[in-house]
Structure formats: C-alpha cells, structure tokens
Design a protein around this ligand. Structure first.
Ligand code: CAO
Length: 415
C-alpha cells in the first residue's frame, strides 16, 4: 500500500531527541529520511545511556526508525559539495543544532534558496526571538521555561518536571505538523519556507489551560477546582495543582488494594457530574444523593478532600483493575496508573502496533513505541534504526557519485 508522504525526501540534520522525533514520524508516514551524521561519532545519543557495550543505545534506536544514515563532514569543502547535491534533491531540511550552527556551516537560508527554492527548512530551537534565542536547550529547560514546571507538583513542594518529554518529543510533533503544512502550501506557491518550532513555545502550547487559569485567577482571585480551594491561599500566579483534574470534572489519584507494596497500585478517579449518583451507589454512600452539601457540583467543590477520602476507602478494597471493571460498568471515568512494565506487556498496545518489537543486527530484539497516529490508507511498518553510515554508498550512488568518487571521499575522511 502507498504511504501518505511517498516521494518526499527529507535531509535529516537532527540529533538527540526533539528533531529525530519529528523526522521519525515523517519516515513512518512514508518519507525517505536521510540522516546526516558526522563520521566516527554520529548522533551523540548512539553512545548515551548504553545498556550493551559498543552497541547503538536504545535512546538512539528508539528515535531513528525507518531512516537511512549517511556520514558526511560538512565542514570540508568536498563535504559541502555533497551536501549541496542533497539540498538540490531533497524537499525538506530538518535540523535542531544550537542557534547559529547551520549558518556557521555555511548553510544559510539564502544559500539553500539559491540551490533549491522549493526547499522547506525546518528547525527546532530552545527559544524563539528574544533574550534567550542564543541559548542551548534540553528537555527540562523547556519544561521550566514553558510553564509546565511551575504548574506541576504539589503545593508544598518545589516545581516539578514531568516524565513525558513534552519539550523534546512534544516540539518534534509540532515541527512535523509545520512541515506537512508547508509541503501542502508549496503545492500552490511553488516555494519552500522556514518552519520554526521553539521548545518553550511548544511546551506553552501544551500548557494552554494553565494560561487560561492565570487569567481566571487574576479576575476572580480563586480557582475552585484547585486543591488550594477552599482552605488554602492563592497567590498571584497559577499554583501547582497536585493530581487534581484540570477541567470542570474534579478528579484525583486514589490508592488501590496493594498500595503498601506496589508503587503503582493507584487509580485516577473522576467524579463527573453526570455520573455522581452512580459514584454514590458504587461506594455505598447513597445518603449523599439527598445531602445538600453533596447534591450539586459547586457544593461538592467545597468538600473534595472528604469526598475523595471516602471514595478511596472503597478503591482500597479493590485492585486497580477490579476497580476499573466495576467503574466502567457504571460509565464512571477512571484510569489505572500503569507502570512501564505493565505497558510493555500490554496486549492491545502490541496488537495496534503502538508497542512494537524490532530486530537489530547488533542489539537483537528490543521494544519500541511505534507510530501512535493510525491512518487507514497509510499504515506504518516500523523498521530498525540504521547503523552509522549504513547507507552512505547507497545514497551517494543515487546522487550520481561513482564508486571511485565515493572511495576518494572516504579516503579524504569526507564521509
Ligand atoms: N559535519 C560537520 N560538523 C557537524 C556535523 C557534520 N555532519 N554535524 C554537526 N556538526 C557540528 C555543528 O556544525 C556544530 O559545530 P559548531 O559548534 O562549530 O557550530 C557542532 O557539530 C555541534 O552542534 P550543537 O552545538 O548543536 O551540539 P551540542 O552537542 O553542543 O548541543 C544541543 C546540543 C541539543 C544543546 C543543541 O544542539 C541545541 O540547543 N539544539 C536546539 C534545541 C534542541 O533541539 N534541544 C533538544 C535536544 S534533545 O534533548
């Protein structure tokens, strides 16, 4: 079957996590992604957090599926010649170097335009224009600068970063969407354009509801669904909300049977207004149905702590999966706290290809996260990440270099 991005060629200058997330998605949609790496070392993540000596790390292999790898030293004149050929042949150049690195290599927007005016140049940077535009940035810096850390964690604790890589993978997703939109616009304009996804901005986009709450707080000086209400104090900035539900449906993480020894024996429980009578029935607290203090959602906001304490008395008598089964029968929104171990073994995630087993020539079999976006006419087959420079000869051959020329480039350490 054909793929959505068949025929699109990506010159992939990305490294670490944010950029590779983007180009991996494009590869899964069918683009031909040619990853350019420095000879000898390659993407730094090949060697980071290794679990097997001298074998490409899971960090690298899980972010670079379905790509081809070539080695090229772009700082040598002959390397630039090869790169110029690639610029001519490709549709999109994607990069996430430190600010200014591409210009220092001589690969300016003007240079690219002079060779290929249809080329889209897509970049991840830590910050957009402003005081921090020249800064190097990693995941947690973006989480902090984008508003996530100040609004995560508990009220009596420090700011907290989250395990979800919203700064890196989150920005990669944003960039991929920008690239696909630019490809679409090119159909009518015939021109490429620059696409920029700053990590701070992408994190802020994912924290949109917290900027909503900032404005509500400034107007009303309180946020009724936050755990600080009604007893605690609000300052002038959105506080950390612990595990409270962000929306108008109060929720909390509650202990389940086994919590004393299992750090993940918990369930997320939402007391959606529509199913409040069911909640009361399930936990055996039907008197709440006629009690004014609990009858309406706004009345309940004054008593969330005792409400969740009472519901937790019930959840502690069930495992998280038993609780799920009962609550689902009553349409009560809830979710188990799943460990990575449980997720790795999840049969339905494997059946849909979101968890995939991949074979690798030096590592053997490993688990990865497949394409979470499912398309009926563009199915994803996850193939292993390339070895360093595995496709150098193949790609240079396609660009028209003869075997002798390739051998010469290798002898001169250009590739
Ligand atoms: N041939 C020759 N030189 C090459 C090359 C190649 N094929 N590929 C890379 N290089 C060079 C670059 O030109 C650059 O050289 P200069 O410093 O002389 O300009 C150098 O390698 C390293 O680039 P870098 O500064 O981007 O790498 P770093 O390890 O110092 O910084 C990072 C890493 C991530 C902090 C930085 O790239 C960055 O801020 N990127 C933007 C934000 C981002 O994506 N962050 C997320 C990273 S994922 O957690």
């Amino acid at each position: 079957m054909s793929k959505a991005l068949d025929g699109v060629r990506i010159l992939d200058f990305t490294h670490v996590q944010s950029g590779p997330t983007c180009t991996q998605l494009l590869a899964w949609f069918g683009a031909d992604v040619i990853k350019v790496e420095r000879a000898g070392e390659g993407d730094a993540t090949r060697g980071q957090l290794r679990d097997i000596p001298n074998v490409d790390s899971l960090y690298f292999t899980m972010l670079n599926h379905n790509k081809r790898s070539i080695t090229l030293n772009t700082k040598k004149p002959k390397g630039m010649e090869v790169l110029n050929r690639l610029i001519k042949e490709c549709d999109v150049l994607v990069e996430n170097f430190a600010p200014g690195a591409l210009d220092r290599m001589g690969i300016t927007w003007e240079h690219i335009q002079s060779i290929n005016p249809r080329m889209i140049v897509a970049s991840v940077k830590g910050f957009g224009p402003g005081p921090y535009e020249d800064c190097k940035v990693y995941e947690n810096v973006a989480q902090c600068a984008g508003g996530s850390a100040s609004t995560s964690g508990f009220d009596d604790g420090p700011p907290m970063v989250t395990g979800a890589q919203i700064g890196d993978s989150g920005t990669g997703l944003h960039l991929a969407l920008g690239i696909v939109a630019a490809l679409y616009q090119r159909n009518s304009t015939g021109r490429g354009q620059k696409v920029l996804a700053p990590m701070q901005d992408a994190v802020l986009n994912l924290c949109r509801v917290k900027l909503r709450d900032q404005q509500r707080l400034e107007r009303t000086h309180t946020l009724h669904e936050y755990p600080q209400y009604p007893d605690g104090k609000f300052g002038d900035a959105v506080p950390r909300a612990g595990n409270s539900s962000g929306g108008g449906q109060p929720g909390s993480i509650l202990k389940c049977k086994g919590w004393e020894t299992d750090p993940n024996a918990y369930i997320y429980f939402i007391t959606q207004g529509a199913v409040w009578p069911e909640v009361c029935k399930v936990i055996g607290q039907e008197d709440w149905l006629t009690d004014e203090a609990f009858a309406t959602p706004s009345a309940r906001l004054l008593h969330l702590k005792p409400i969740f304490a009472r519901i937790e008395q019930w959840t502690m008598t069930k495992t998280k999966f038993e609780a799920m089964e009962i609550l689902n029968q009553h349409d009560i929104p809830c979710g188990p706290i799943l460990s990575m171990k449980e997720i790795a073994e999840d049969a339905s995630l494997r059946a849909t290809g979101t968890i995939v087993e991949v074979d690798h020539p030096t590592r053997g079999k490993y688990l990865s996260v497949g394409n979470p976006i499912k398309m009926s006419d563009s199915p994803t087959e996850v193939t292993r990440a390339p070895l360093l420079g595995e496709h150098t000869e193949e790609v240079l051959g396609q660009l028209g270099f003869s075997a002798e020329q390739v051998a010469q480039l290798r002898a001169e350490s250009v590739i």
